[in-house]
Ligand binder design. Structure first.
Ligand SMILES: [Zn+2]
Length: 601
């Protein structure tokens, strides 16, 4: 039976009373934000009159946004641990509405800034020093100048906004509500319903019959709906390539990377470097085939673990010590702030309980502590998750402590760097310190799994996106047959000759929701590459390098992602960054093989 929330000790639940002591305080701030939003219209006329007016407008707007962030944290954090509480559900809905109202009220800010010419803006920056704190925000808007449309067209596009994105909505509803995948026999011979989410669990099964049944049964359904999925994908890619053209971009890849403030070269470098590293991935599959003792290694054998679960369990307090021991290398400021957060300031909501959502996340921002949601059960894997989320939270902590609120939010391009750095550091440290061969093999299996899933698989997805967008831009209709053929060829290349490339995998593109997010997934791969390169430098150079890394965390959102990574000495335009991650992967494979062979000979 699930634990009731009230039965969990207070020190293992987060302390949200720091945000608002009572609900009345929440409503007081809510009313304040509502009033400010109503009054914002008066800035429209004066905003572009002088540097001071522009400053006042932006200050007023960002103050509203800061209150909304506080309200949002309070509402959504409470809701995520008490999802059955309708009061919290209604608070989150209210804050969402407030955010929409703020967006609508501030419609003029961007187009008006775009009307100011660059020279005037530069004069204003020197004339009125305070305005310079908004330099990054203004420059982010100004760089869109050549892609902005006329006022009339922008208004029309804004009206059209909620008619876009339909293919994704249709896909979600089809997969999650309408499709039936049939039944399979589980490990105990019971007939069980196969769903898209349960498929992932069945594929990890130690029982090969179960894995194979899940694989063949699931794709039988997808295959039947191929034309529907093809039509949705074609519509989505057409939408994205058309919008790119409308906004005067060379193609949709350029438009998407522009949004991330990077370049198509970085995208292409990633793909090239990962392709050059494919032999390492082939070696990983060869190792898996060998350890699982299979004559033929099929695609449904990929996800099963090489080692069983570890018996060793850790109390939450031990987990905290493990994480703190890992971050010791970052110096006193980092370690002290994290220790206080984890032990005194109630950052973490630790245990699962009735009504609490699953998984883990970190959430915070200006005006609140960087909170962490966990569902802690005592495994080594859970400790890695705590280290990961603590990485996010400390990135947020440094960003908010060293920047004005409007410069605090770091970009998505760097969002998974600090978290992955912590995770890799923890795993590397445990590997050095632990004595048992089983524990070492377990950790190495985790490291290999991380690189395979985050670096190689996401890059394979990125390559598929690039191919199909380019085909569409050449005027090629994306039919189900074409998409399946392109996908199958790609999968065969990424798995190599050592793996039997089962024909059903050709339909996998139908079940990947990220393909509807326009060049999103490559960021997972670039983040783990950057993190791996950072970890290597921390481990070899020590304190002299750590300072650079902390300076990167302090950048928050005050610099572009590429500039802030340069602060950490990481140049994303260089292929070595990706190569470093591939080397770490190769190293884990080598170590696994050695320990495994020693153990079994
Ligand atoms: Zn994360």
């Amino acid at each position: 039976m699930a634990t009731e929330r009230k039965d969990i000790e207070a020190r293992y639940k987060w302390d949200l009373s720091v945000i608002y002591p009572t609900e009345e305080d929440f409503y007081a701030d809510y009313a304040k934000a509502e009033k400010s939003i109503k009054n914002f219209a008066r800035y429209e006329k004066v905003m572009c009159s002088s540097a001071k007016d522009l400053y006042n407008t932006l200050k007023y707007l960002t103050d509203i946004e800061a209150i909304i962030n506080k309200l949002w944290q309070y509402a959504h954090l409470n809701f995520s641990v008490e999802s059955a509480n309708s009061a919290y559900q209604s608070l989150t809905a209210k804050v969402r509405n407030l955010a929409v109202a703020a967006g609508t009220a501030s419609w003029f800010v961007e187009p008006y800034i775009l009307r100011i010419d660059t020279e005037t803006m530069e004069t204003w920056f020197t004339e009125y020093k305070k305005l310079a704190t908004f330099r990054r925000m203004i420059e982010k808007i100004m760089r869109r100048k050549e892609h902005a449309l006329s006022d009339e067209c922008e208004k029309l596009m804004a009206k059209m906004e909620n008619c876009l994105g339909a293919p994704d909505e249709v896909r979600n509803i089809l997969v999650n509500a309408d499709l039936r995948f049939g039944k399979i026999k589980d490990e105990n011979g019971n007939s069980v319903e196969l769903t898209d989410p349960s498929y992932a669990t069945f594929l990890m099964s130690g029982d090969r019959k179960v894995r194979k049944a899940a694989f063949t049964t699931l794709y039988k359904t997808y295959e039947q709906f191929g034309n529907t999925f093809g039509t949705m994908m074609n519509a989505m890619v057409k939408e994205s390539t058309t919008l790119a053209k409308v906004h005067n971009f060379a193609d949709s890849l350029t438009a998407s990377t522009f949004k991330d403030e990077v370049t198509p070269e970085i995208y292409n470098n990633l793909i090239d470097s990962v392709n050059a590293g494919l032999p390492v991935l082939y070696d990983y599959y060869a190792l898996k085939k060998e350890v699982l003792d299979l004559k033929e290694f099929h695609l449904y054998d990929i996800y099963t673990s090489l080692v069983g679960e570890l018996d060793r369990k850790y109390t939450y307090d031990e987990a905290v010590e493990e994480v703190l021991k890992t971050v010791d290398v970052f110096g006193k400021e980092y370690a002290d702030a994290l220790r206080a957060g984890l032990t005194e300031k109630g950052w973490v909501d630790v245990y699962p309980c009735r009504g609490k959502r699953g998984g883990a996340f970190s959430s915070g921002g200006p005006g609140t502590e960087p909170y962490i949601l966990m569902n802690y059960l005592g495994t080594l894997d859970n400790i890695c998750t705590l280290a990961h989320e603590a990485g996010h939270s400390m990135h947020t902590w440094f960003s908010t402590h060293y920047n004005k609120p409007h410069n605090a939010n770091y970009t998505i391009f760097v969002a998974e760097v600090a978290s992955t750095v912590n995770e890799l550091l923890l795993m590397h440290r445990k590997l050095r310190e632990c004595e048992s061969a089983d524990e070492k093999l377990y950790i190495l299996d985790q490291i290999m799994e991380t690189y395979k899933g985050t670096l190689f698989r996401q890059t394979m997805f990125a390559e598929f996106e690039k191919t199909i967008h380019a085909l569409c831009e050449k005027g090629e209709p994306l039919t189900s047959d074409l998409l399946s053929k392109e996908y199958y060829d790609l999968v065969c290349r990424y798995f190599g000759d050592g793996v039997v490339c089962d024909q059903q995998i050709a339909y996998e593109w139908m079940r990947i929701p990220h393909f509807y997010m326009n060049f999103y997934v490559y960021k997972y791969a670039t983040c783990i590459s950057a993190a791996s390169a950072i970890v290597k430098r921390i481990e070899t150079e020590g304190a002299s390098y750590v300072k650079k890394y902390i300076d990167f965390l302090k950048c928050g959102g005050s610099k572009s992602p590429l500039e802030s990574l340069l602060v950490a000495g990481i140049d994303m335009t260089q292929p070595e960054v990706v190569t470093s991650a591939i080397d770490d992967f190769a190293d884990a494979i080598k170590q696994f093989r050695e320990i495994y062979n020693n153990k079994n000979n």
